[in-house]
Design a protein around this ligand. Structure first.
Ligand code: FAD
Length: 518
């Protein structure tokens, strides 16, 4: 017999390794010995009150063997001789489009401008240490896309867009911890993601797909409004009639190329701001109501904040507890920051993007001349400003949080996890008013919501500019570009995803759409 239960476990009780069996036996009023296993289905922490509670949803197996296998099966077939689907970009969208093609009996041919996960590491070191950005291999470009060297947070609000559980099960199949299947806020961690990504590549190769690294798509050959071929690295042409375009929100050359070819694009609203970094113990003490170190059974605390300021949302984005701020630029001459965490989230700092909604229809009148690319040009300007203010390297401009809000240059800065280093800069006057004034009010409001958050011990670091795509590549109900037959805009770059899981789900959907009629 199997019974599902909700259990509430205090921090003290959680220390007991057998607590779920003990509590289940109590609730069901049966002998502990009759319980053959307790499977955790969901786990979350309720820290709203000083008495912290772990909430569990469990399946209790009573005199019955607990099954090990997952209900999900991935039916990969040999597709080496099957019809090809070309996929541009090997981020979450491209990877999951390729895996889905194999399940559906089609051969994915993946073209990725960046390098494999191992070789990519060297280029990340060069950004951090020599401040040199390889424009094909960086924190956004390369095997696994922008998701590889990230926090690997797997929450998504796109529950209606696909089967989230299927993506999680597939990540576990490829080596992610099965803890992601139960945690309310699952994450994988930047130290574990490269192996998962590499295993996905190995599945694709094993079943007859192809993955070509250091292969940048530089042009599309289009005849009679139908895609015929793609140009690689500015020279070779590869015939292709079904192309999934999953190049992410940082592939500006792709947006320019489509724009030049007069292929319809639309400006899309997005958000920009700064990254704020606190010592982790400050966030822990606020969220867990403690004065010293957090209890060893508690993970590094996170937060989620939102405030309306002058008719625009100001909110926390991609919060990384126990993490690092990383240089996420994709070209020299710009400074862009983002965040990542290792699986244990055990670094000394908590960082988060704090961003302001930009409404492209109302906020950028001076950029109208750029048409669909107006948001992109505005984003570029902010990143150039950060490059100049930082000192024309990957050193980022920064300010103490309180100085930013009070409009003062910081005499010195707090320690940081950002490896290239920080330069004290008057971000309060350098940020466009549209963003800067709302951020300052937003931070003051956040200080009211989380006592201790508004502190001189936090830095703000500029700029957090790549939260989502500033451009949308339109598609019709068949997920095909309305003007170009055979072109399937996909994932975050097209404007159809915002994060690892939603990009992966969109990849699957585009694969299903691309094979129709083949
Ligand atoms: C540092 C960092 C941390 C993040 N943390 C999280 C997180 O914790 N959780 C979360 O959900 N999301 C996170 N994100 C966002 C997440 O990574 C993206 O939402 C997701 O990767 C988008 O997937 P995608 O496949 O659409 O695009 P991308 O991941 O951007 O992949 C696009 C791929 O296309 C390739 N490409 C681009 N142009 C070309 C071309 N012309 N030819 C060939 N290949 C090309 C690129 O090299 C890249 O590999 C983070 C992002 C960054 C940068």
């Amino acid at each position: 017999m199997v019974k599902e239960l909700q259990l509430r476990v205090t921090l003290k009780e959680e220390e007991h390794h057998d607590i779920l069996v003990i509590k289940s036996a109590q609730v069901l009023d049966i002998d502990k010995e009759d319980i053959t296993g307790v499977k955790v289905l969901r786990k979350s922490i309720d820290a709203r009150k000083p008495k912290i509670i772990f909430n569990y949803k469990v399946a209790v197996y009573i005199r019955e063997v607990m099954p090990k296998s997952s209900e999900y099966q991935f039916d990969y077939k040999d597709v080496s001789k099957a019809k090809p689907i070309h996929i541009i970009g090997f981020g979450p969208a491209g990877m999951y489009a390729a895996l889905r093609c194999i399940e559906l009996g089609f051969k994915p041919i993946v073209l990725e401008r960046g390098k494999n996960v191992q070789d990519r590491r060297r280029d990340l070191r060069a950004i951090n240490q020599q401040h040199f950005v390889n424009e094909d291999s960086n924190y956004c470009f390369g095997e696994g896309g922008a998701g590889t060297y990230s926090d690997g947070k797997l929450y998504t609000r796109s529950l209606k867009r696909g089967d989230v559980r299927r993506i999680f099960e597939n990540l576990v199949y490829h080596g992610a911890t099965d803890q992601i299947l139960v945690d309310a806020h699952p994450h994988i961690g930047t130290n574990k993601l490269p192996k998962v990504v590499q295993n996905i590549r190995e599945t694709i190769l094993k079943y007859g797909g192809e993955v070509h690294f250091e292969t940048r798509v530089t042009d599309f050959v289009i005849k009679n409004n139908k895609i015929q071929a793609i140009q690689l690295n500015g020279k070779d042409e590869m015939p292709a009639d079904r192309v999934i375009l999953a190049t992410g929100h940082s592939a500006r050359d792709i947006f320019y190329l489509l724009h030049e070819k007069e292929i319809a694009l639309e400006a899309k609203s997005f958000a920009m701001g700064v990254r704020v970094e606190h010592p982790q113990h400050i966030i822990d003490s606020i969220q867990y109501h403690c004065s010293g170190e957090r209890h060893e059974l508690l993970p590094a605390a996170s937060y989620s904040l939102v405030q309306q300021v002058n008719d625009r949302g100001v909110y926390s984005f991609c919060m990384c507890p126990g993490g690092f701020i990383v240089p996420a630029a994709t070209a020299n001459g710009e400074v862009v920051v983002n965040g990542m965490s290792p699986s244990k989230r055990n670094n000394l700092f908590a960082n988060s993007g704090i961003v302001v909604e930009i409404d492209v229809n109302r906020d950028l009148p001076k950029y109208e001349q750029f048409g669909a690319l107006k948001g992109l040009e505005y984003q570029k300007n902010l990143e150039r400003m950060a490059f100049t203010a930082g000192g024309r390297s990957q050193v980022a401009p920064a300010q103490r949080l309180t100085d930013f809000v009070e409009g003062k240059l910081s005499a010195d800065l707090n320690p940081t996890s950002y490896q290239p280093g920080l330069n004290s800069s008057p971000l309060h006057s350098l940020m466009p008013k549209l963003i800067g004034s709302r951020l300052r009010k937003g931070f003051a409001a956040f200080g009211q919501k989380m006592k201790g958050y508004y502190t001189a011990e936090a830095n703000i670091v500029g700029v957090e500019s790549r939260t989502s795509s500033p451009v949308c590549i339109p598609r019709n109900e068949r997920l095909e570009h309305p003007q170009i037959g055979g072109l399937f805009p996909c994932g975050e770059g097209g404007g159809y995803a915002g994060g690892i899981v939603s990009a992966a789900m969109d990849g699957e959907r585009c694969a299903e759409a691309a094979i129709v009629g083949l």
